[in-house]
Design a protein around this ligand. Structure first.
Ligand code: FPP
Length: 264
């Protein structure tokens, strides 16, 4: 069976593909691409250590290149959404200097990537308890979200100060408020309606969840939404995650038999 290569038209992907990337692209089935991919970007600290760097922030800084490349790849494949776990609620317990450096990197990313997000028709959104972010970071986030809001291609969703249990509790509170005001009766609450009370339900549930660095944990990420996501664990540390690794993960996804609890 001949499989046509996905239509790649985004400006930043006009650069020549390596032979390996072209081979992987030609193996993809364009009709069965995941609609929404979520990534747990893990291993930045270990990457810095493996390079003999004392500060973990070097790993986070190198991880930005992987964020850019994953976003370009997802946009080029015309995926609907890419959700990246950039900062968890639990990450606030890290040393103050690491948190400050991560927030600084986020600020830089939000300013420096704006033009490319727009060139690639990418809309930025964010999930999580954004009120926890410092005012400057919130301001830059809101600006970039607003500047990209009319883009119609990929939605890049950054999970920031995000914890899935906290998100579920927020949704449960919303449902309880609706019940209290008489808008909703307990019997009317269904899984579908509850899903719509979570952050960015318009993205749909992730079809594919990738975790780098070989760890086999979900770390309080999208617990409700990943009920039927296919899980691919990549041994590489996040700063080493490149386009071929993303394409390999999608190929693994395409080899899975998704039955959603049913039978063939
Ligand atoms: C986990 O690695 C990674 C994080 C806690 C932060 C991820 C952040 C980035 C990739 C850079 C900033 C992102 C954006 C979108 C601007 P770890 O530090 O837990 O690594 P370890 O498990 O090796 O210690």
């Amino acid at each position: 069976m001949s499989v046509s290569r996905p239509n790649i038209a985004t400006p930043t992907l006009r650069e020549p593909f390596s032979a390996e990337e072209s081979r992987l692209f030609s193996q993809l089935d364009p009709a069965r691409l995941p609609r929404h991919v979520a990534i747990i970007m893990d291993g930045n600290g270990r990457w810095a250590k493996s390079k003999g760097m004392a500060a973990r922030i070097f790993g986070h800084r190198a991880g930005i290149d992987s964020v850019r490349e994953a976003t370009r790849t997802a946009a080029a494949l015309r995926l609907h959404a890419l959700t990246l776990y950039a900062f968890s609620k639990e990450n606030w317990s890290r040393p103050t200097a690491e948190i400050a450096a991560l927030m600084e990197l986020l600020d830089q990313f939000l300013v420096q990537e704006r033009a490319e997000l727009n060139d690639n028709n990418v809309r930025l959104v964010a999930s999580g308890e954004l009120e926890d972010l410092r005012p400057r970071t919130r301001e830059l986030l809101e600006e970039t979200i607003s500047l990209t809001s009319s883009n119609t291609g990929l939605t890049l969703n950054l999970a920031l100060s995000y914890g899935a249990r906290a998100e579920i509790v927020r949704a449960a509170r919303r449902a309880m408020e609706m019940a209290r005001s008489g808008e909703l009766s307990p019997e009317e609450l269904t899984p579908e309606l509850f899903s719509r009370m979570l952050d960015h339900p318009e993205l749909g549930d992730p079809d594919l969840l990738i975790r780098t660095s070989g760890e086999l944990r979900v770390s309080n990420f999208l617990l409700w939404q990943i009920a039927y996501s296919e899980f691919v664990v990549v041994a590489k540390l996040w700063p080493d995650f490149r386009r071929p690794d993303f394409l390999e993960a999608i190929l693994q996804y395409q080899a899975r038999d998704r039955r959603f609890g049913g039978v063939r």
